[in-house]
Design a protein around this ligand. Sequence first.
Ligand code: CS2
Length: 498
Amino acid sequence: MDILQAPAKNTMRLNLQLLSTLPASVERPGYNPSTLGVGMVHLGIGAFHRAHQAVYTDAAVAVAGGGWGICGVSLKSATVHDQLATQDGLYSVRSVSQAGDAWRVIGSVREVLFAPRQMAEVIGRIARAETKIVSLTVTEKGYCANFSKREPLWDHPDIVNDLLHADQPVSVLGVLAAGLHERFRKRGAPLTILCCDNLPENGAVLEALVHQFVRCLYPQIMPWLRDNVGFPSSMVDRIVPATRPADVADAATALGVDDFGVVRAEPFTQWVIEDNFAAERPAWDLVGVQFVADVKPFEKMKLRLLNGSHSLMAYLGYLAGYETIAQTIADPAFERLVNALMREAETTLEQVDGVDFAAYGAQLISRFGNPANGHRCAQVAMDGSQKIPQRWIAVAAERLAKGGDVSVIALATAGWIRYVYGSNELDQKISLQDPLASKFAAIAAKHPYDALSFADAVLRIESVFGVLGRNPAFAAPVKRYVSQLFRDGAQATVEAFE
Ligand code: CS2
C-alpha cells in the first residue's frame, strides 16, 4: 500500500507550528528549523538519506549552528515531495530495537523538490553560492555507469537524452552537469560533491563520471571544475528498511499528529568521510562522523562484510522461504554461512584503524538479527546486478589471485543466479527488480529448467562478472551449486554446506 494511502489517525499533520506540542518523549530539533538557511542539496531524498545524513546534519546544527538546511531532491518519484512538502519538511525517525522504539523529529530538511517538475529550481539550487555541498544517495544504478571502467553508460537512454537536451536532464550526471555549468556562470564558488552510495571509492568514481560527462557538454568549465569542486569518498552505514503502513499508524500514536514521512531504522549508525572538502561543511565531526585521510579500507570492510552478507541472505534466505533478514540469520545454518562468508572476505581486507574484524562481524550478526527491524530479503535483493560485483566478485577475484578458496562466494553467487531465474522454489514467478531483469528473462526463456546452461549464460554477463565468469576456478563451483539449489532447494543446500 502506498504510505500516503495509509489511514490517518489525527486531524493534524506534523508541521513547524505543531512542533512545540509534541510529547516530551519525542526528541525535537535542538534549533529553530524555520530560520535555518539552506546550504546543502541532496539528490535522492529516500528513506536512507532521511535516516542518515539528514540526522547527522540535524545534530550538527543543534550543536554548532550554521546554515546547513537541506534541499532534498527526488529524481524519479513525487512521493517524498508529497509526503514532506505539506509537513514543512519535518518527519520522524523511528529507531527500532528490542529495547523499544525511540522517536525523533528531524528539522534539517528545509525544502523538497521533485526534479521532473522543478528542474529549473534544482539547477538554481546547485548553482547558488550559499550551497556548499551537493550530496547523493541515488543507488548504484542511479549513476548510469560502467563502474569497472569508471565510465558513463554512453548508450543508456537517460544519458543519451541528457547529451541531447542538456537543459532538461533526467539522469544524475545530467543534473550535476547542468548545475555545475550554471554555478560556473554564477561566479563559480567552490563546491563539494559528496557521494553516499555503497560503492568502493565512491567519490573518485563519481568524480571520473562527472568529469567525462561535463567534458562532452561544457569543456570550457573543465579547469574550474578540476580546481574548485571536490569529491570526497565516504562510507555510510545504517540499516533502513522500507517504511511500512504500520509505521505511519504508530507515528500518529507516538507524535499525536500524522506523519506520512516517517522512516524506520536500526539504532546503529556510522559515517566515515574522506577529509577533502572544497568548501565549508556542517560540524559533523562533533556529532560522531569520522573524518579520515583514506576511507577505502572502511568502505571495503563495510561493503564486503555487511553488504556482502546482506546479499547472500537476501537471495538464499528468500529462496529458503524467509521473509526477512532477521528470520534468515536466526537460522543457525545461515548464521554459519554468513560467518564463513565474512571469514572468506576478511582475508582481502586491509587493517582498519581501531577495528577488530571478529568483533565487527559479531556486531553485524546481532544487527542483522534485530527482530524489530523487519528488513525484507526482497528489498535487499533488488538490483543485484549492480551490487554483487563490489560485494562478492571483487572478493572472489582477489582470493583466486592468491590461490585461496571461494566456496562461500560461489554458493552466494549460485543463490543469486537461481533467484534471477525468476521463480521461487514453488515455481511461482518472482517479480525481479533489476536493470537487467529483461536480460535474465530472455536467458531463462532460452534455457527453461536447464540449470547449467542458464548459469553458464548468466556467468557470461561481463558487467557483473568481468572475466571471472569464464574462469573455471570460479564458474565450476558456482555451476555445481546452481544445480544443487535447483535440485535440493536453498535450505538443504545451506545446511549441507561445509
Ligand atoms: C543493503 C543496504 O539493500 C541493500 O543492498 O545491503 O541498503 C544496507 O542495508 C546498508 O548499506 C546498511 O548500511
